[in-house]
Design a binder for this molecule. Structure first.
Ligand SMILES: [Zn+2]
Length: 409
């Protein structure tokens, strides 16, 4: 690889990685220790208290403080005599405290249009049928522009369709991309209700795309197309119209264009699977050149360390980014929480981080709890395009630094 930065020896990287993960595992063990106590102090019960949480916590602490004070006082057995009322009244009053500044809250966000959702909580079926009535609020397509080949001088489609977002300055940026959307209608709609802006990757071959993607965009999420590409394993089915290594350039272009014509308003594509195809130079060159011509960006899901996407993107000047963390290779709540913690650490270290998750219940549960905490943690949740933009300003071609990636076949 022509552009790799000189790396320390693998054993050292491995040792540092393990050390860096210690706090993550400590936090995870603390969570395990908490579990037997959880039935008495369940999070949902606590959260159900809503605005009463702060006063209640204050009251408990106050009661604890008073109890402690009384206990200590009783043990010491000495009570300080209270001054007579006249003496108290004679004391000069302390200077007036400045009025407490109200804590700034985010209230200037535009109201989110209501979305009629199916009841997703009791959902049992893993994959809902693609047909059936559309339950979301239909959004007129007028708000969205379809990317077309860009004539010279016109703003590129990925910039035109990017969710407007001010650069958060020095705050580390976090983008959460949700892959495989579209097939499972219930979980797709649950994903749309999460606090955004998320980046929604809709499977090119699923049905109902126009309605789902419009609803997602109307709720402030960014859109990309999740294009099936050939994986290495023979037992995984990437779906119809998959891009195969060894296909003719014309066939690749035909299949890719079919995917790109499915719905409007997206900023680019990322690969569904593709551990074989993204390592194939000639195939990837066809795909990325087509994206470049249409003014789109490419997000490498990094399903293989052998991907050539970054290299080609750099050569042709394609806006490009790479996934840093997979959230749910192990789709359990604890595992997803550990990955979210890794994502935060990564963003603090490098200034930005991109996660890819999937619409599993565990992932959605974890995100629902985690997304509202980001602002407090000093991180900015951004659409994918915001991270690509920052890098496009930095080095001219939008490529994010190659990240250590836990590849998935
Ligand atoms: Zn996928």
């Amino acid at each position: 690889m022509a552009f790799t930065i000189k790396k320390p020896p693998p054993w050292l990287v491995h040792a540092i990685d393990r050390l860096a993960e210690l706090p993550i595992h400590a936090r995870w063990f603390a969570r395990q220790a908490w579990k037997p106590l959880a039935p008495w102090f369940s999070r949902s019960r606590w959260q159900a208290l809503g605005p009463w949480r702060a006063p209640l916590l204050g009251f408990v602490l106050l009661a604890f403080g008073i109890g402690l004070g009384l206990g200590v006082g009783a043990m010491v057995g000495k009570r300080k005599p209270t001054p007579p009322p006249s003496e108290t009244a004679a004391l000069p009053s302390p200077p007036a405290q400045p009025a407490r500044q109200p804590i700034p809250t985010v209230r200037n966000a535009p109201p989110i249009p209501p979305l009629a959702l199916p009841n997703t909580r009791g959902a049992q079926s893993a994959v809902a049928p693609e047909s059936g009535p559309y339950v979301g609020t239909p959004i007129p397509d007028a708000v969205i522009n379809a990317p077309k080949p860009v004539p010279g001088g016109q703003m590129a489609a990925w910039l035109r369709n990017a969710v407007p977002f001010a650069d958060p300055g020095k705050k580390p940026m976090v983008a959460v991309v949700m892959d495989d959307l579209g097939l499972d209608r219930k979980r797709t709609y649950r994903t749309l209700t999460l606090k955004g802006p998320l980046t929604l990757a809709f499977l090119a071959y699923s049905g109902e795309l126009a309605a789902q993607t419009a609803a997602g965009r109307a709720r402030g999420h960014e859109l990309i197309i999740h294009v099936p590409m050939e994986p290495l394993g023979p037992y995984t089915d990437p779906g119809p119209d998959v891009l195969l290594a060894g296909m003719s350039p014309d066939d690749i272009r035909t299949r890719l264009r079919r995917a790109l014509d499915r719905f409007p308003g997206y900023v680019g594509i990322n690969n569904h699977m593709g551990s074989k195809f993204t390592a194939d130079r000639s195939g990837m060159a066809v795909v990325l050149t087509e994206l470049k011509a249409r003014g789109l960006l490419f997000l490498d899901s990094k399903t293989t360390g052998g991907s050539v996407a970054a290299e080609i993107a750099r050569e042709i000047g394609l806006p490009f980014a790479e996934r840093n963390v997979f959230l749910d290779n192990e789709p359990s709540l604890a595992a997803v929480e550990i990955q979210l913690y890794k994502l935060e650490e990564y963003a603090r270290q490098y200034g930005h981080a991109i996660a890819i998750g999937h619409p599993h219940d565990a992932t959605l549960d974890a995100l629902e709890a985690w997304l509202p905490t980001l602002e407090k943690s000093g991180l900015a949740l951004v659409p994918l395009s915001a991270i690509v933009k920052r890098h496009a300003n930095g080095n001219g071609n939008g490529a994010t630094s190659a990240a250590k990636a836990s590849a998935r076949p």
